[in-house]
Design a protein around this ligand. Structure first.
Ligand code: KIV
Length: 286
């Protein structure tokens, strides 16, 4: 859906893309990853709270704050991507009161996001409405919602039974009707994602939700193979950057230890007369 004119992607444009060619969303957490995502033509860059695990070394997403998220959103925004920058509202930033919710969403917009994402269904409608009322576009997130890991009893596929699948569809319809411009569906059976996609007039963006969504999202570090620890079956690795990086740093270490780095070409030299005046001749290396 990327416009060829160079105009930035907007939330209304994403919303209007329902039924068009699949949307592409990837995570980015800093300027270099935002540039990678943008130059590759992603439509949406998500500054996900997955930053907690992927970049900051925490065990779950519950540890990041609005300040942490704003720090990463600002770094992404400085890359000036054409892709729409969506920021995750972290856990507890939209659970306390509508005032608190709007203030936190506003902090992420001031940091550079053009929209925010929050997790949960009908229970989150007051938060969604408050943010929309402040003119900030909202992306919903249903299915496996990692901020609810303790309540869900772990990271599990959601909506596997008739009642839970039905509730997921009802949640999606409610969020779309409230005004969310798109919905992430995480770890739900493909049949349920297809039902949701057919049942709402906003794009669904799947992660572990099968092929019948209006778009797909992956965590950038997973698809690049920069993260090589736990991966879901829904992750396809398009590169092995962690292995490549270990090989590269090992080669650097070997060169340093063997005296092969730096070479003459990789060093700065004084002019001969200055070196002579200093009376400190330094031997040239190979
Ligand atoms: O934080 C994140 O990376 C996400 C994606 C998994 C959609 O929410």
């Amino acid at each position: 859906m990327r416009p060829t004119s160079g105009a930035p992607v907007t939330a209304p444009a994403v919303r209007a893309h329902k039924g068009g060619p699949p949307l592409v969303m990837v995570t980015a957490y800093d300027a270099p990853t935002a540039r990678i995502a943008d130059e590759a033509g992603a439509d949406v860059v998500l500054v996900g709270d997955s930053v907690a695990m992927v970049v900051l070394g925490y065990d779950d997403t519950l540890q990041v704050t609005v300040a942490d998220m704003a720090h990463h959103v600002a770094a992404v925004a400085r890359a000036r991507p054409r892709a729409l920058v969506v920021a995750d509202l972290p856990w507890l930033s939209y659970h306390v009161s509508p005032e608190d919710t709007v203030r936190n969403a506003g902090a992420l917009v001031r940091a550079g996001a053009s929209a925010v994402k929050l997790e949960g269904g009908r229970r989150r409608l007051p938060a969604v409405r408050a943010i929309l009322d402040a003119e900030i576009p909202v992306m919903g997130h249903l299915g496996l919602t990692p901020q609810s890991v303790h309540a869900l009893g772990g990271y599990r596929v959601q909506g596997r039974q008739v009642d839970t699948a039905g509730a997921l569809v009802d949640d999606a319809v409610a969020l779309a009707e409230a005004g969310c411009f798109a919905l992430v569906l995480e770890c739900v059976p493909a049949e349920v994602a297809a039902l949701v996609t057919a049942g709402v007039d906003v794009p669904t963006i799947g992660i572990g939700a099968g092929p019948h969504c209006d778009g797909q999202v992956l965590v950038l570090h997973d698809l690049l193979g920069l993260e090589d620890r736990i991966v879901g079956r829904f992750v396809r690795r398009y590169a092995s950057l962690k292995a490549d990086a270990v090989t590269a740093v090992s080669a650097f270490a070997a060169d340093v230890r063997a005296g092969r780095f730096p070479s003459e070409d990789e060093s700065y030299r004084l002019a001969d007369d200055v070196a002579a005046a200093l009376d400190r001749p330094v031997p040239r290396t190979a």
